[in-house]
Design a protein around this ligand. Structure first.
Ligand code: BMA
Length: 363
């Protein structure tokens, strides 16, 4: 249902002025809720965890806390190629079921897109000079890019609740765009080119495809200053949520160093959110392998305690991928940080599924 001006009441509108009522409520409730606490999110939570895959109702978060996350991250990479599964082997049809299931119990959905390189045909991580320019209007791959957006639009239109209403999605295209590792990031294009692509993408989905159940999230990776954060920011008319991604790991070994940087970036993002009237969020985070048994309360929560972001999204539990590679970003039963995660769960600041259901965030 489109939202009519009269029914708006005290609600503010996101960048889509025709956003559905559920989307407008999500936007306003996320803004309000952040004064209380933050939604805890997990990528691919319902699809698989450490040493299990596609067990109905299962979730590593639920195994440890007895509750599901409040926010669910999903990924569309390879939808553009008409593959039945995404790049992490999650079938798109199953993903839609998980999305509906989570929404039905009051959860929130966020979607990223590691889309392939449209110019070279390589992966998202294979930059090729000129790729961003090639998909902009007038570029040789512009029509191809539009056909990819058509598939994203179809996917979004396939997400419906029990009353036939569209399920709101926080879409996070072109993430980590200050880094050099994706074809849309860093030195692989000019700031002006990526800004144009971001604006084109929002405009196309919203005004050409008439999709009105999306909130748009803009996010960088770690960043040294406000000025660098804003270098590729497309403008206030195209963004609802501003965030950043940060991982503790090889690059920042010590907890103290992580806390210092994390705290500084949170402060900047909240300052920007205030100035621009946007919603601040931690769009991805993690400490791969979780070797520190008290990391959740003594490092992560301790830092977030002084801040007010709307949500945090932990990355995926692909598990022990090979003898040298693990992807473990939330504890599973028996993991060294599992007990501490229960304390984290019990904190007043963290919002998981049971809390978010009570909040009725879409009303
Ligand atoms: C990365 C890793 C990869 C994954 C990709 C897209 O951070 O988790 O294993 O394929 O994200 O989800």
């Amino acid at each position: 249902m489109a939202f009519s001006g009269a029914a708006l009441g005290q609600n503010e509108l996101p960048v889509d002025k025709k956003a559905t009522s559920e989307t407008v409520h999500l936007y306003n409730n996320l803004k309000k809720l952040r004064t209380k606490g933050f939604l805890f999110g997990h990528q691919d939570d319902l699809a698989y965890g450490v040493q299990w895959k596609y067990v109905p109702g299962r979730s590593d978060i639920k195994d440890v806390t007895g509750d599901y996350p409040a926010l669910y991250g999903w990924e569309l990479g390879r939808l553009e190629l008409d593959h039945p599964m995404n790049l992490d082997s999650v079938p798109f049809q199953t993903m839609k079921k998980f999305i509906t299931e989570a929404y039905t119990r009051g959860g929130v959905i966020t979607i990223s897109w590691h889309l392939n390189n449209p110019l070279s045909g390589g992966s998202a991580w294979q930059p090729e000079p000129g790729t961003v320019a090639s998909v902009l209007p007038g570029g040789q791959k512009h029509d191809l890019y539009k056909s990819w957006l058509d598939k994203v639009a179809d996917f979004m239109l396939g997400l419906k609740g029990s009353r036939g209403e569209y399920i709101p999605v926080i879409f996070r295209p072109f993430h980590e765009l200050n880094g050099d590792w994706f074809w849309w990031g860093g030195k692989n294009c000019t700031p002006e080119e990526i800004k144009q692509l971001y604006r084109f993408t929002v405009t196309y989905l919203r005004d050409q495809k008439n999709i009105h159940h999306i909130l748009y999230a803009f996010n960088t990776d770690r960043f040294p200053s406000k000025q660098v954060y804003l270098e590729r920011y497309p403008g206030d008319d195209w963004v609802d949520i501003i965030g950043f991604d940060i991982y503790q790991g090889n690059n920042i070994i010590k907890n103290e160093d992580f806390v210092k940087e994390f705290d500084r970036e949170l402060t900047t993002i909240e300052e920007l959110a205030r100035e621009k009237n946007k919603i601040p969020a931690l769009t991805e985070f993690g400490f791969n392998g979780l070797p520190d048994s008290t990391w959740w309360t003594k490092v992560f929560l301790k830092t977030l305690d002084a801040h007010h972001v709307a949500y945090v999204l932990a990355w995926r539990n692909a598990g022990f991928v090979s003898s040298t590679h693990t992807e473990i970003f939330v504890p599973y039963k028996g993991q060294v940080s599992a007990n501490d995660f229960v304390d984290f769960y019990n904190s007043d600041k963290t919002i998981f599924q049971k809390d978010i259901t009570l909040e009725k965030i879409y009303q």
